[in-house]
Design a binder for this molecule. Structure first.
Ligand code: SF4
Ligand code: SF4
Ligand code: SF4
Length: 295
């Protein structure tokens, strides 16, 4: 994320050993407020938030403007600052991202914040919070909020497998028969899934085992293993709690627009459901194949 000059000067005043952490926190908070540029205002707001001078800045631009919301409906949720934006408006979704891009993670395939920003914008466009609030008749509870996560690689540090809507980036690999394998075995040594076999210059990848981390292609000196376009693996319906469930994969290799289409379908399902059941229960009622057909 870009910083303007005055924001950068403020950061320089922070002791060097905490600058990296402060930068990350300011950028996270700025992003959650829907900003793409860090200005002095974002730095000061983040500082105030850390010092508890103002309510924490934890959410995206809200869909309500200054309109007051039903306080009674929100009385339980108000115990949890993370469900409110800086103006005190409710935000009924949380998007967790990994820190791959911020820490120059060696496994990084795609910056999770880029897709997370697009997901956030889409949820705002769809007026998700407002519509969900209108749908829920009684008290709004933490489990009504939609949980999402995006990770920059299959290591999935933001835990998309236990979210309602989870995504991680992948780098699909393929063997290029036109390139001559020199049998250096670097790919075999690199693959943690034991998915690669090299015999007599012939390379095979077991796609049942491969998670498309792209690491073998990075170490291959001959170009025998190549990567295709970066994609996303999309899974839905994960949850923790009394009966935890892992999310179910619905798109093994989706481009960005198909990923956002899948989000639309899930949102539509949540908002149109007559019940207030958790998303996983809705999935089990409707069947995963039905959802896949609608994407
Ligand atoms: S998910 Fe991957 S890219 Fe993100 S921090 Fe973890 S290992 Fe790094
Ligand atoms: S992409 Fe990753 S998991 Fe797949 S074969 Fe290469 S190193 Fe193994
Ligand atoms: S790293 Fe490339 S050249 Fe080396 S064994 Fe694997 S496929 Fe062959």
């Amino acid at each position: 994320m870009e910083w303007n000059k005055s924001a950068s000067l403020l950061l320089e005043k922070v002791p060097p050993f905490v600058q990296k952490t402060v930068r990350e926190k300011v950028e996270t908070l700025a992003r959650e407020r829907g900003k793409t540029l860090v200005t002095e205002a974002e730095v000061m707001a983040a500082r105030d938030s850390f010092m508890n001078k103002t309510p924490p800045i934890t959410a995206a631009p809200h869909a309500f403007g200054k309109k007051s919301v039903d306080n009674k409906k929100l009385s339980i949720l108000k115990k949890y600052p993370k469900y409110f934006d800086n103006d005190g408006n409710p935000v009924l979704y949380q998007i967790k991202t990994c820190r791959g891009a911020e820490v120059n993670c060696p496994f990084l395939i795609a910056d999770s914040n880029v897709l997370a920003d697009k997901i956030r914008n889409r949820l705002e466009e769809l007026k998700f919070t407002e519509k969900l609030m209108n749908k829920i008749e009684g008290q709004i509870l933490p489990h009504h909020s939609m949980k999402l996560a995006v990770s920059g690689c299959p290591n999935s540090c933001s835990m998309p497998q236990i979210k309602d809507f989870g995504v991680h980036a992948i780098e699909p690999v393929l063997v290029d028969p036109a390139s001559e394998c020199i049998e250096c075995m670097k790919c075999v040594e690199t693959c943690r899934e034991d998915a690669i076999t090299v015999q007599g210059g012939h390379v095979t990848i077991d796609m049942e085992k491969c998670v498309h981390c792209g690491l073998c292609a990075k170490v291959c000196p001959s170009g025998s293993i190549k990567t295709g376009k970066k994609k996303y693996r999309v899974m839905i319906g994960g949850k923790v709690g009394r009966h935890p469930k892992f999310a179910i994969e619905i798109l093994p290799q989706a481009d960005e627009s198909t990923t956002l289409k899948a989000l639309d379908v899930c949102v539509e399902m949540i908002l149109s459901s007559k019940t207030e059941h958790r998303f996983r229960a809705l999935l089990e009622q409707q069947g995963i194949e039905e959802i896949k057909k609608r994407i």
